[in-house]
Design a protein around this ligand. Sequence first.
Ligand SMILES: [Zn+2]
Length: 251
Amino acid sequence: MSVLYAELRPQQFRERLAAAPIAYLPLGTLEWHGEHLPLGSDGLQAQGFFVALAQEVGGIVLPMLFLGPDRVRETDGGPLYGMDLCLTPSPERQYPTQQLDGSAYWAPDALYHDLLRATLAQLARAGFRIVVGHGHGPSTHAFDEGQEEWHESFGLETLTCWGSEVDGEGLGIQVDHAAMNETSLMMALHPELVDLTALPADPTVWPVGVGGSDPRVHASRELGLRIIALQKERMAGLLRALLADLSDWPV
Ligand SMILES: [Zn+2]
């Protein structure tokens, strides 16, 4: 049986919901992720990881969102968002600030909050008790910051995939931007969509719009598979504990 919400017939939906009332919300973007990764990388990674998790623990994976918040700077040439702005202090990772091709995702914080609120209201109404939201960094922060509000308003338990002790080592889910971590995850989940040869061959030239450890040196499919296995086990443990709590406290 599919784990994708859009592909379920009502009886399949009822069965999956009764077995595990968990919704997985991939927080995407259509956003430059270097010349080597596709524009939908954020949603594709979150969705791919969620499908693996739903197959393990149960639950239903929602369609990807592609609007998200991010830092913004108004300029004479129009607004610049997120990775358009090179803000790293690291001298070897500099690139010219510019509008990056293909990025089309930005939404103001207040609008994004309302979008999340409406989505979560609908998921609670449909019968879900737990929602895992994850993907694009600022979207994931916004989802996480609303945790108390989502609980008070809708009775939902919400969590992201961040928070493991190995996040800082690059072994979390989406813990950099188009660098070692995200590139490895894409190589594991969608190898046909990755082209490392599109990055500068000269190792002294930093790839535009990439933030983190150099993907040309450190990214691999093996690393991506290792991260997924590690984080799937961790998240499955957290979700099974939450499900056990729910059965103690019926609605
Ligand atoms: Zn990303």
